[in-house]
Design a binder for this molecule. Structure first.
Ligand SMILES: *Cc1c(COP(=O)(O)O)cnc(C)c1O
Length: 465
């Protein structure tokens, strides 16, 4: 298709159409079912047509997208989505993402997009301030916490092997001096994935016992050395629990180890004086991975990696090519695995700017309070909450594994809210993660009503069987 076939005025019409559709979706998100109905899912089959031979009218494309797409979304922005740890999207982030779409910036290098990279600089600085991390940290924005951990671990690998006299960038991992990796028994699976991608292997790790909340037992740490990477966790995905960073960091630092923190959502507890104590000592780590698409509600996708020693990032990820400017300042592609990338800093900047320190604190505290409300409601109804609800995560059992699984199935199908399942230290449970800015007390109460009703139904069916 020739670009000239779409005159400017038609673009404006198309964008207005998109805005109209999007606003309609936003306004209806809290009223509609959270999960798509089976009919809406079945309609997705209609998308599988042969690749169109010729062009389509862009307005028709958009209309088809809305007709098939909107009903088949998970309404994660409506306030009653409690699955995984999926945040919503604050209004400023959504609006900024529309601007960013119009800009279509490649945040790879400063010369490609001065604004995209400048906004990254600003938000990385703000995040260090908000999280109480060293202000001279360097970092980058990546897709997700998995990639953030991967990025940090590659930088750690480079730094530790360099100390051992081995340049891993030039010589690779075959024949390199060994590195010991230590994780807790309740390490997030994504850290193991990142370790395997970094050549450390998922099984080649030393696993330290965890307690009933999933916290690494600092008293069980093995002998560490300058060739050790210790991966600690801030916010277990099931319980919300925090590894005792204070003790672990003190021991690990004394022995020269590199400490990496997986704080995908939990790290944000540091913005609240009420919860920051859970993360005490974490500022003494060497690298941190977190997500802005989780608790801060910046929208997808937005992982953040921070390093105390930014040189390790440049050493691990810098590339040279005749057409690339070396650059005296941080260049995103020289500090992270990816080159071309979307300008994540735009939405993240809008999110943090619109919330401010107080807004971020309020968001964290409110979602924690709503998790408490869930826990109390479930306990009052006679169900067992399996974890200490320290932040925004609740684990609940409805009885036998079969009954709990049946309740989860009915909740997901029912559409009032959405919660996922898990097995926590041998017990089948339902996970409730309150991660959206949009969730209100009324959302929690309405969800509790549905959960308690469906749980009672499942139990009575099970007792009849
Ligand atoms: C969600 C989560 C991850 C992975 O995050 P992604 O952004 O999906 O890669 C890692 N660790 C913890 C503790 C998490 O909660």
């Amino acid at each position: 298709m020739q670009p000239r076939e779409t005159p400017k005025s038609q673009s404006a019409e198309l964008l207005n159409l998109a805005a109209e559709r999007a606003i309609r979706y936003v306004d209806s998100a809290s009223a509609r079912r959270v999960s798509p109905s089976s009919l809406d899912l079945a309609a997705l089959a209609g998308l599988h047509e042969p690749f169109p031979a010729g062009p389509s009218n862009p307005a028709d494309v958009l209309n088809q997208l809305e007709a098939a797409g909107s009903p088949a979304t998970m309404a994660t922005t409506g306030g009653r989505y409690f699955g995984f740890v999926n945040g919503g999207m604050v209004p400023a982030a959504l609006a900024a993402s529309w601007m960013a779409g119009a800009w279509n910036q490649n945040a790879s290098l400063r010369v490609m997009s001065p604004i995209a990279v400048e906004l990254e600089d600003v938000v990385l600085q703000w995040i260090c301030e908000a999280l109480g991390l060293p202000l001279d940290c360097q970092g980058g924005l990546v897709t997700c916490a998995t990639m953030a951990s991967f990025t940090a671990l590659l930088a750690a690998r480079h730094a530790l092997l360099r100390k051992a006299g081995w340049d891993v960038t030039e010589n690779g991992m075959f024949g390199a001096p060994p590195i010991q990796v230590v994780v807790g028994a309740e390490v997030h699976a994504s850290v193991l994935k990142a370790l395997s991608m970094a050549g450390f292997g998922r099984k080649r790790v030393t696993i330290v016992d965890a307690d009933s909340q999933g916290r690494m037992r600092a008293d069980r740490l093995p002998q560490l050395s300058e060739s050790t990477i210790v991966c600690i966790q801030a916010g277990n995905v099931n319980t919300g629990a925090f590894d005792p960073a204070d003790e672990i960091c003190a021991k690990a630092k004394e022995q020269g180890a590199w400490i990496h923190v997986d704080g995908a959502f939990g790290l944000w507890a540091r913005v609240s004086p009420k919860y920051a104590h859970l993360t005490r000592g974490i500022e003494n780590a060497d690298s941190w991975a977190t997500d802005a698409h989780k608790w801060p509600n910046a929208g997808y996708d937005c992982g953040v990696v921070l390093l105390k020693n930014g040189d390790a990032l440049r050493a691990a990820f810098g590339i040279n090519a005749a057409y690339l400017e070396p650059g005296a300042r941080r260049e995103p592609m020289q500090h992270t695995p990816e080159s071309s990338r979307r300008a994540r800093g735009v939405e993240l900047w809008a999110t943090l700017k619109s919330l401010g320190r107080d807004g971020l604190r309020e968001l964290v505290e409110r979602t924690c309070a709503l998790a408490q409300r869930f826990a109390k409601g479930l306990q009052d109804a006679g169900f067992e909450v399996l974890n200490d609800v320290v932040i925004n995560q609740v684990l609940v059992s409805f009885g036998s594994p079969e009954v709990t699984r049946e309740v989860i199935r009915r909740i997901q199908e029912g559409g009032t809210c959405w919660c996922g399942g898990t097995v926590w230290q041998g017990r089948t449970a339902m996970r409730i993660s309150v991660s959206s800015w949009a969730t209100t007390e009324a959302d929690v109460d309405r969800s509790l009503d549905a959960i308690v009703r469906l749980a009672a139904e499942s139990r009575s069916i099970a007792s009849r069987a």
